[in-house]
Design a protein around this ligand. Structure first.
Ligand SMILES: Cc1cc2nc3c(=O)[nH]c(=O)nc-3n(C[C@H](O)[C@H](O)[C@H](O)COP(=O)(O)OP(=O)(O)OC[C@H]3O[C@@H](n4cnc5c(N)ncnc54)[C@H](O)[C@@H]3O)c2cc1C
Length: 476
């Protein structure tokens, strides 16, 4: 760990968050927006507050938007207001003794990493991109490769400020105003605007990871490796070939890793917190719709499986390459063409997982629903967020191109399969589920709706997602 933790409290700037200046009216921009998967697109009225005092629910119906990295319609609002949180990205205070960071909700994980990794601190939980905001991570209660050990993002949140529909500001924690806290984490922005987050960071000794790959010849072996205590590490996730058939169905490469301690670093690394950053690469144009079809994906999977399963020995890699491989290519979503894609992520419980995954893979291969990137992971126990996605079991995430007209109908059939196996689809990645499927998958919805009704009876906070899924129970 770094030695210069001399001052107990690092203050980034003196922020008078309750600034008394009269807020100027916000300018309104009407434009088409979508989630990261480019589907569906809707025309929303964008507002971009520059300061804390402009965070008000005066513009309704309203939904907050972070980096727009969710895959679906959670952060858009047809013909209604969307509040862009990008300018509310100030860090407020950091306690070097406890590792607790207080920051505005528009702060991105990338901004936090840039400042805190060199000081010996890391995020407690991170999704597969750093281009997401604290507010977005709380609202989706995101999970990372360490869910089986460390739970979701909310487990590390010490407190939140939420601006409610009546304009009041409430600080809530897992213990204080806990109903609001557990309805807000995973609540997809529908309880109010998250303005500030206090997050517990994790100490690290270096910016590097020790990684080991375990190839699995088929699904059964992948499940066994992901469940093996002996092979487990702090972070654990598998890339899975979703188009392999026969005896190879479900072949995977399990990629386990942990933060490298000083004694694990090779002698050529002189500064444990320095590494060569990647040159960003950009996709200038939308790719033609045919580019990602079941044949090209099959070919890619074959090469990738061979390449990755060769890496049998432990190796050292910087955290950026390990956690955020896709961030090196900005706009990689354009590879899917203008029609976009659906990211389909579900979780099934341990007792149905083997059969469910086998049937889902059979469904994908039979219907040639290719996924460029298939990710399989074992989740640990569920948290307390009323609409949080993870529970103990296996989760599979797939990127499915939307070039073919039949795809959406096939995905409805896939929902039935997931539901039959007591599974659930992730709201932050949903663009098309039906309301009845959602209700059947989220048994704590009633409890969430009770809190929503109490704090937002007129449903001032709503989104395309909430209307599509009738999340407010019908009151709109
Ligand atoms: C490449 C990639 C990899 C990913 N990997 C993972 C992963 O491993 N695990 C995982 O869990 N997710 C993953 N995701 C999904 C992503 O982490 C979540 O969708 C996250 O919520 C996006 O944050 P955002 O700031 O972009 O929020 P947006 O997409 O803008 O919004 C998401 C939701 O948060 C709400 N919201 C945002 N800011 C606020 C605020 N200040 N107040 C109230 N509500 C707010 C919005 O209303 C919306 O409902 C991945 C996404 C991508 C593109």
């Amino acid at each position: 760990m770094q030695s210069d933790r001399s001052s107990a409290m690092l203050r980034f700037m003196i922020l008078e968050l309750n600034d008394k200046k009269t807020a100027a009216p916000l300018r309104e921009y009407k434009t088409d927006i979508s989630g990261w998967n480019l589907y569906p697109v809707s025309r929303s009225i964008l507002l971009r507050p520059e300061r804390y005092s402009q965070l008000t629910p005066d513009y309704v119906p309203l939904i907050a938007r972070g980096c727009g990295r969710s895959y679906g319609d959670a952060a858009q609002n047809s013909d209604r207001y969307v509040m862009l949180m990008e300018r509310l990205n100030r860090m407020i205070a950091f306690d070097e003794e406890t590792g607790i960071l207080r920051a505005e909700a528009g702060t991105t994980l990338g901004e936090i990493l840039e400042i805190f990794v060199p000081r010996g601190w890391f995020l407690p939980v991170t999704p597969g991109t750093k281009f997401v905001t604290l507010g977005g991570c709380v609202a989706a209660d995101v999970h990372g490769k360490n869910h089986h050990r460390d739970g979701t993002f909310s487990k590390h949140v010490q407190g939140l400020e939420v601006i409610l529909a009546d304009g009041s500001k409430r600080w809530c924690t897992p213990k204080q105003d806990s109903e609001l806290f557990w309805a807000t984490v995973g609540g997809m922005g529908l309880t109010g605007i998250i303005s500030e987050v206090a997050l517990q960071l994790t100490p690290i000794e270096s910016a590097y990871m020790v990684v080991k790959h375990h190839p699995a010849a088929h699904l059964e072996e992948a499940i066994s490796i992901l469940s093996s205590l002996e092979k487990d590490d702090h972070y654990s996730v598998a890339w899975i070939d979703c188009l392999a058939t026969g005896k190879q169905m479900g072949r995977s490469v399990v990629m386990n890793g942990h933060h490298a301690q000083l004694h694990e670093l090779p002698s050529n690394i002189k500064d444990p917190f320095k590494f060569k950053s990647r040159a960003p690469f950009s996709i200038p144009l939308f790719a033609p719709a045919w580019l990602l079809n079941s044949w090209t994906i099959k070919g890619f999977n074959e090469i990738y499986y061979r390449m990755q399963s060769r890496k049998m020995d432990k190796f050292i890699i910087d955290y950026d390459r390990y956690f955020y491989p896709l961030d090196a290519i900005s706009n990689w979503n354009k590879l899917y063409g203008k029609k976009g894609f659906v990211q389909y992520q579900f979780v099934v419980p341990l007792h149905t997982a083997a059969a469910a995954l086998q049937q889902v893979l059979t469904f994908l291969t039979t219907n040639r629903l290719g996924s460029f990137l298939g990710v399989l992971k074992k989740f640990g126990k569920a948290g307390e967020g009323l609409l949080s996605f993870p529970f103990e079991g296996f989760t599979l995430a797939l990127d499915i191109p939307l070039g073919n007209k039949k795809t959406l109908a096939l995905l409805n059939a896939l929902d039935e399969l997931v539901l039959k196996h007591e599974g659930r689809i992730y709201l932050a990645k949903d663009a098309r589920m039906k309301p009845e499927t959602f209700r059947a998958m989220y048994p704590r919805l009633d409890g969430w709706q009770r809190v929503k009704e109490e704090i937002d009876p007129q449903n001032k906070f709503s989104s395309d997602l909430s209307r599509r899924l009738e999340m407010d129970g019908g009151a709109r």
